[in-house]
Design a protein. Structure first.
Length: 98
């Protein structure tokens, strides 16, 4: 029933457990890549989530990631999201866009 309410604009259902396209909580540059931490609230905790982006041949490429790690505090989720993004860059580089 809540699906139908959302489909037709009814009910202000709580979608807090779904990632939103919000402004990044923090951004850092690493080896020419921009890493954006975008954690979101899930089941009362903050889910590790972020975006790694880089301009490749004039085209902005993005790789979104979500990890199972959850934290009680937003600051911890931001820090780990940045660390996971750095790890992706170090391990995969531009291959993550392919």
């Amino acid at each position: 029933m809540s699906f139908l309410k959302r489909l037709f604009g009814g009910g202000g259902g709580d979608d807090a457990d779904e990632p939103k396209s919000a402004a990044p909580a923090k951004q850092v540059e690493h080896k020419g890549f921009l890493i954006s931490a975008t954690p979101y609230k899930a089941e009362g905790q903050y889910q590790t989530c972020g975006v790694v982006s880089k301009e490749v041949e004039g085209v902005l490429k993005e790789h979104k990631f979500i990890r199972a790690d959850r934290f009680a505090g937003l600051d911890d989720a931001i820090d780990i999201s940045i660390k996971k993004g750095i790890q992706l860059v170090d391990e995969q580089g531009e291959r993550m866009f392919g």
